[in-house]
Design a protein around this ligand. Structure first.
Ligand code: G6P
Length: 608
């Protein structure tokens, strides 16, 4: 989704802006642009292509102050005229993330005042609105404050005025924005990764904040216009963590980072001899015993993590659990249950629907909230009473991999802690589960060693247009996740079904052109799954079976076997999902798609 970087510095800021945009590319975008002020003149360069194209066009651009943007189209097609920054009268330049809901009404008013619109975007109204207040003698800060008071919707904005090369004004509501405090300058960005090579001193603006940023300092005002202090965080992430290194794609790198990501996420648990609720927050020990049910809200891959957790929570902890897609929950009339723990799961912590669903749950009277998130200081963690940070590190590939498996690890720990509190876990079981968690990174490593075998199998998918994934029980959500990965990055149409549903519809699609991928753990449902797979073979369907040790599948006669190294019991979904990530990755390589930035998709979906 859209990304912002802005800078005011002692040196030409164009290289910093371009580097920042490159680091924001992973979020997904379709056009990019930048504006600087040089000799009281706004210079703007925009490009419909990649940031690299913008960089080529910007070789002579210069300025000690500038704002830049990657755009992911919402209002108006991807085109140069719709790319940001938007200008008003060559005086005001604005970059904007989010959606202005009342833009049509504002556009009409501003057109009547004589402002000329040159794009189809909602964002352009912001530039003209600020211009209209600025030209009445207000400071740039006051003009921006008045303008945002007229906006309905979500925004993170960066604003400059051609006749004021000493200040960037920025503001946020509903979309993230942060300040970076460097030795040679001050910066604004929508995402930490844009600033990592420049500074580790980060200040997160809060909802409603407006900031005045200059070379010598900054001042922050809250929604009421009062001066406020916000804490400066020393960020521990290093930019090298986000480099590609020996890998061809970020997704490949992130798949292979999973053993370490799991070690980092499980650190606090595996180093202790017992499971304690405190890892979910100081209040968890008090709140968890009051919980009667769990309501999980999430989107995309994070929703699949929630679906796996439901099996664990009901079976191991004996606690009733509902899992709902956040965008459905937020608009449906539901029956609130204040005894429920509302559990949101999100890699980014900024997915608009997940944030809105959590706010909706709170409005309905739910008071117990927990988030599992990969980004510290994200909007989601701040909105939740309790939170657990997965330590997957920055995830750049749009298709989520290591964030998903670390979410599963966190959800398994939650399950065990709730089971223990409810008397459903004796000390021997606790010891065994902790042992299994400690072994998990090694088991994941063994799955990664299957990469060459999976790459060979993937060659058979290069001419396929459809694929069907089957799983049962705990592994049905893994089949869903496998299908999602394949469609996201290879553009092959893929569906997933619980294997028992095969004969209620999808069997009609099965013929020799339809590869059927089966997740076959060595669990109690194995015999049932085998019968379902017979139904596929009987119709000439080609089977690709990811089977655990001891499942007695044999390659040959329309069955391609990928032998998984072991059966990991309740943790088996984590191993199987990694094998399916590899399958999707190698199929995408066959297809020659843009693995890290699949068409039309975005990493963080910060708009509805
Ligand atoms: C986008 C991403 C997915 C992700 C989903 C939810 O669609 O492309 O990979 O699963 O958003 O994101 P979240 O950050 O809330 O986990």
């Amino acid at each position: 989704m859209c990304g912002i970087i802005g800078a005011i510095a002692k040196n030409n800021v164009v290289p910093v802006l371009l580097q920042g945009l490159q680091r924001l590319e992973y979020r997904g975008y379709d056009s990019a642009g930048l504006a600087t002020i040089d000799n009281n003149k706004l210079q703007r360069i925009r490009s419909i292509g990649r940031v690299a194209d913008l960089a080529r066009q910007s070789s002579t651009a210069c300025g000690y102050i500038g704002i830049a943007h990657t755009r992911w189209a919402t209002h108006g097609e991807p085109s140069e005229r719709n790319a940001h920054p938007h200008l008003s009268g060559n005086l005001i330049a604005v970059v904007h993330n989010g959606i202005i809901e009342n833009y049509e009404e504002l556009r009409m008013q501003l057109t009547t005042q004589g402002f000329l619109f040159t794009s189809d975007t909602d964002s352009e109204v912001i530039a003209h609105l600020i211009h209209s207040h600025y030209s009445r003698g207000n400071s740039l800060l006051a003009a921006t404050q008045t303008a945002i008071g007229q906006l309905t919707g979500a925004y993170a904005i960066g604003v400059m005025a051609a006749d004021n090369s000493n200040q960037i004004i920025c503001a946020r509501k509903g979309s993230p924005l942060l300040l970076g405090l460097g030795t040679d300058g001050h910066y604004i960005a929508s995402d930490l990764s844009a600033l990592l090579p420049i500074t580790n001193n980060i200040l997160y603006l809060q909802d409603g904040d407006v900031a005045e940023v200059s070379l010598s300092g900054y001042q922050i005002f809250d929604a009421n216009g009062n001066t406020v202090e916000r804490a400066v965080n020393i960020c521990k992430l290093h930019s090298s963590k986000a480099e590609l290194g020996e890998y061809r794609h970020y997704m490949q790198k992130e798949i292979h980072e999973q053993p370490q990501a799991l070690i980092n996420t499980l650190e606090g648990v595996c180093n202790s001899q017992a499971l304690v609720p405190g890892i979910f927050g100081a209040d968890a020990a008090r709140i968890f015993p009051q919980i009667e049910k769990i309501l999980i809200l999430a989107c995309g891959t994070s929703h699949h993590a929630g679906m796996v957790a439901r099996y664990w929570l009901e079976e191991i902890a004996g606690i009733s659990c509902t899992v709902e897609i956040a965008s459905e929950y937020r608009y449906r009339v539901s029956v609130p249950d204040p005894g429920s723990l509302v559990l949101t799961i999100s890699q980014s912590g900024e997915t608009a629907d997940t944030l809105a669903a959590l706010n909706h749950a709170k409005d309905l009277g739910h008071t117990h909230t927990l988030s599992i998130c990969n980004v510290p200081e994200s909007a989601l963690t701040r909105l939740s009473g309790l939170h657990f940070l997965t330590h997957a590190g920055p995830e750049i590939g749009v298709a989520s991999t290591k964030a998903f498996t670390t979410q599963l690890a966190a959800l398994f720990i939650l399950t065990l802690i709730l089971a223990k509190q409810r008397g459903g876990l004796d000390s021997k079981e606790e010891y065994n589960y902790l042992h299994a968690l400690r072994h998990l990174p090694t088991a994941v490593d063994s799955v990664l060693k299957l990469a060459p075998d999976i790459a060979r199998i993937a060659e058979r998918f290069s001419d396929k247009r459809h694929a069907l994934f089957l799983g049962r029980g705990l592994h049905y959500p893994i089949a869903l996740e496998g299908a999602l990965k394949l469609k996201e990055i290879s553009y092959i149409h893929a569906e997933a079904y619980p294997a028992g549903e095969l004969k209620h519809g999808p069997l009609a699609l099965v013929d020799k052109e339809m590869p059927v991928i089966a997740v076959a753990p060595n669990d109690t449902l194995l015999a049932k799954l085998k019968s379902n797979l017979q139904e596929v073979r009987a119709r000439g369907g080609e089977l690709y079976v990811f089977a655990d040790a001891g499942t007695r599948f044999h390659s040959g006669d329309g069955l391609h076997l990928i032998q998984m190294p072991e059966h990991a019991g309740y943790l088996s979904p984590i191993l199987h999902t990694i094998a399916l990530q590899l399958l999707a990755y190698y199929v995408a390589l066959q297809k020659g798609t843009d693995v890290d930035k699949p068409r039309n998709l975005a990493k963080s979906v910060t708009v509805e």
